[in-house]
Design a protein around this ligand. Structure first.
Ligand code: NAP
Length: 398
C-alpha cells in the first residue's frame, strides 16, 4: 500500500520540493491532491505531471481556467475552487498525509481540517501554529494526529529529542534547552542605519536557502526566527526561557537539544528542504531525498554567534508575544503579514516592517483564545490596525 498525499500550497517552494521527493518513491507515495492560490498554469502542469486525482484552487474565480488547462494537458483531475475546495481535498478518505505548505494565515483552516480528520500532518505552515497554538495543539491531541515538523530547525530538534513529540518534560527527560539556529539572514553584518532603503529583491536574496518571498523577508527581519521560537514552544511544549536562538551563518547545523549531563545533540545536513521533507514523509523510516552528502572538509568551519536583539528587534517582540500569550502571537503574525506584503509592494521601507508589528502589538491588547473565532477576530483586528499603520508610514515617507 502506498501513502496518498495531499499537498496544500503545491506551487510554492516547499510544495515543489515535496513533489520532488514523492516522485523519487513511487513505491511509497502517490499524489491524491494538489492546491494553489492563483497560479493556474503551474498547478495544472504539476497535477498533470504527478497524475493527481484532484486540483484545488483557492481563488474560486479561476476554477474554470484550471479545468480548461487540465483538459488541454489531457488530465482528468477533478477541479475544486474556493476555500471549501481546499478543506475538501485535505480531508478526503484517500488522503493519508497532508503537507501543510500554504504560506501565512490562509493555511490555518485547511491545516486544522486535516488535523480534525486525523491525517498525518507535515507542518511547514508555521504561521498557523503561531496564530492558534493552544487550539491547534488541542486538536492534534484530540485526534491523535502524527504531527511532523518540516521547518528545518524544528525537524532537527524533533530528530534530536529522545522520543517523538511527547511533550517537554524536561525534568524526566533530562533536557535543559533547545538551541534554535538561524543563519542571521542576508543583513546579518549590515548596520541598522543601512537597512531602511534595502529593496525587496535584496531582502529576498537569502545567503543559504531558496524560499518563497514572504519567508525570505521574514528571514531578513529575523521575524522568521521569532515565529519559530513560538512554533518550538507549541510543538515541543518548551518554555520560552528554554529556547535559545543561536546564529549560525553556514546553515549546516539545523538546531540542537542540550541535556543536563552536558550533552548537546545536533542534526546536520546540506541546506536543502528535501531532507526534512523526506524525513517526515517516511518517518520512522529513512529514504533518499536527492540531497548530496554533507562535505565537512569543504565546509571546514562552523560559526556560532549571539543574536543581536538591538539590530533585529523582531526576536524581542516574539519573546514578548509568547510571554503575553492569548492572542498576542496572532496579532504579531497578522501585522507581520500585512507589513511584509506592503514592503514587497514597495509601499514601506524595510525597517518599517518590524516597527509596524511593534505599533500594532502596542495598540491591541492580547485577549484569551478560547476558540478559533477568537483567533480569527484577533487576526482581522490586527490586519486592520496594521493596514492603518502602513498608510501612516507610507504617507509620512511621501
Ligand atoms: N521555503 C522554505 O524553504 C521554507 C522553510 C521552512 C518553512 N517554510 C514555511 O512553509 C510555508 C510555505 O513557504 P514557501 O516558501 O513554500 O512559500 P511560497 O513559495 O510563497 O508558496 C506558497 C504556496 O501557498 C499558496 N498560497 C498563497 N496564498 C494562498 C492563499 N491565500 N490561499 C491558498 N493558498 C495560498 C501559493 O499558491 P500560488 O502559487 O498560487 O500563489 C503557493 O502554493 C510558509 O509557512 C513558510 O514559512 C518554508
Amino acid at each position: 500500500m502506498t501513502q496518498g498525499i495531499c499537498i496544500l500550497g503545491a506551487t510554492g517552494s516547499i510544495g515543489r520540493s515535496t513533489l520532488d521527493v514523492v516522485a523519487r518513491h513511487p513505491d511509497r507515495f502517490h499524489v491524491i491532491a494538489l492546491t494553489a492560490n492563483s497560479q493556474v498554469d503551474q498547478l495544472a502542469a504539476l497535477a498533470n505531471q504527478c497524475h493527481a486525482s484532484y486540483a484545488a484552487i483557492a481563488d474560486a474565480s479561476l476554477a474554470g481556467a484550471l479545468r480548461d488547462r487540465l483538459r488541454k494537458l489531457g488530465s482528468d483531475a477533478k477541479v475544486l475552487g474556493g476555500p471549501k475546495g481546499l478543506l475538501e481535498v485535505a480531508t478526503l478518505d484517500s488522503v493519508d498525509a497532508v503537507m501543510a505548505a500554504i504560506v501565512g494565515a490562509a493555511g490555518l483552516a485547511p491545516t486544522l481540517a486535516a488535523a480534525r480528520a486525523g491525517k498525518r500532518l507535515l507542518l511547514a505552515n508555521k504561521e498557523a501554529l503561531v496564530m492558534a497554538g493552544p487550539i491547534f495543539m488541542d486538536i492534534v491531541r484530540q485526534h491523535k494526529v502524527v504531527l511532523l515538523p518540516i521547518d528545518s530547525e524544528h525537524n532537527a530538534i524533533f530528530q534530536c529529542l529522545p522520543s517523538s513529540l511527547n511533550g517537554w518534560e524536561a525534568k524526566t527527560k533530562g533536557i535543559r534547552r533547545i538551541l534554535l539556529t538561524g543563519s542571521g539572514g542576508p543583513f546579518r553584518e549590515r548596520a541598522r542605519t543601512d537597512l531602511q532603503n534595502v529593496t525587496p529583491d535584496e531582502a529576498c536574496a537569502h545567503p543559504t536557502w531558496e524560499m518563497g518571498r514572504k519567508i525570505s523577508v521574514d528571514s531578513a527581519t529575523m521575524m522568521n526566527k521569532g515565529l519559530e521560537i513560538i512554533e518550538a514552544h507549541w510543538l515541543f511544549g518548551a518554555p520560552a526561557d528554554a529556547i535559545q536562538v543561536v546564529i549560525h551563518p553556514q546553515s549546516v547545523l539545523h538546531s540542537m537539544v542540550e541535556y543536563i549531563d552536558g550533552s548537546v545533540i545536533a542534526q546536520l545536513g546540506n541546506p536543502d528542504m528535501r531532507t526534512p521533507i523526506a524525513q517526515a514523509l517516511a518517518y520512522p523510516d529513512r529514504i533518499d531525498a536527492g540531497v548530496g552528502a554533507l562535505d565537512l572538509f569543504s565546509i571546514g568551519t562552523l560559526n556560532f554567534e549571539q543574536p543581536d536583539f538591538n539590530r533585529f528587534p523582531a526576536l524581542r517582540l516574539a519573546y514578548c508575544a509568547l510571554a503575553q500569550g492569548g492572542s498576542a502571537p496572532a496579532i504579531m503574525n497578522a501585522a507581520n503579514e500585512i507589513a511584509v506584503a506592503a514592503f514587497l509592494r514597495g509601499v514601506i521601507g524595510f525597517l518599517d516592517v518590524v516597527n509596524i508589528i511593534e505599533d500594532t502589538l502596542a495598540v491591541l491588547p492580547a485577549a484569551p483564545l478560547r476558540e478559533l473565532a477568537d483567533v480569527m477576530a484577533a487576526d482581522a483586528e490586527a490586519r486592520a490596525e496594521a493596514c492603518r499603520a502602513v498608510d501612516r508610514r507610507a504617507r509620512s515617507a511621501a
